[in-house]
Design a protein around this ligand. Sequence first.
Ligand code: ATP
Ligand code: ZN
Length: 331
Amino acid sequence: MTKVTSEQETTTRDRTRAEQALLAGLVEYGLFVPSEVPGIYGRGVVYEAVLAGFNHFLSQQTREDGACCLHFPPIMPRANLERIGYLESFPHLAGLVFSFEGGDVDHLELLSQLQNGESYAGAVKMTDVVLNSATCQPLYPTLRGKRLPDGGSLFDLVAYCFRREPSHDPIRMQSFRMREHVCLGHPADVRRWRERWLVRAREMFQRIGLKVDEVVANDPFFGRGGRMLATEQRASEAKFEFVLPISSTEAPTAIMSFNYHEDHFTGPYDIRTSDGARAHSACLGIGIERIAIALFKTHGFDPETWPASVRAHLGLSGKPRPEGTPGGDAA
Ligand code: ATP
Ligand code: ZN
């Protein structure tokens, strides 16, 4: 058993306190509305205005990229999750959808189980749909068997994602929106795109008062085999995160991550470059909910008091929007 030092205990206690204070502030200012389970929140109109403001800012900063904007629902075919190997690597995070498909007799049994407070897990069946775990997942099947144009393709997507990682830290939600830029093409196209982002991400966050660091990272792969995958991923520097302290200085939070997939997604869907080679893909996962929270944490819970330049970049300095209107561009 690992011995927990008093220093570690203090760090964990400090972190929990910081998480509680952040959540309490978000709730007090009407930015978050808590539910019965951790990681599921309603959002207030001011929070939504900030999130929409950031989305608009990002769209302006990246307009010249000419990415194709698409919106997918938060649910996709289960076959897609299986084909891209998600259940091999992240079975603990997946959101499978179960539904009742029985007749009258089964329904009576379900009602009696409900009334007696018994489990009704046996009364529901796994369906052919699942919740998206990442925004880019529904994209790849739409490109099945295609040849990409010269220079590759770039997509700009936003969707709600689900991950079964209940936590009292507001930055770790079970249901959250993630925006993604996805690049597909020759490895050289993907590399060029990545280099461009490494330069501009820091500058972009600086404009809105967020000081980020760039670190090599790994995905939370499941189990013993997963530890090996995580080590390999780090060694090949396939994943970078842009981090900043939110709940802890020792363990800063990722607000955006860069993931190089090689042909992990393009292989199962036979996506090829213009000259017929197997395409590679990479995505930039933009944690727009965490970015909104980081803005509140850094500049205060009331955006009226934020620095004028930050308000201007986020389009918050104009006439206030009518009450109850989220407004702003979705992506
Ligand atoms: P983490 O290491 O924090 O668990 P991740 O590596 O699993 O994040 P990605 O799969 O790279 O995250 O997702 C892209 C971005 O989505 C992250 O950089 C983060 O900003 C955001 N994100 C990931 N998980 C959550 C969550 N549970 N709640 C809110 N935002 C999240
Ligand atoms: Zn992705």
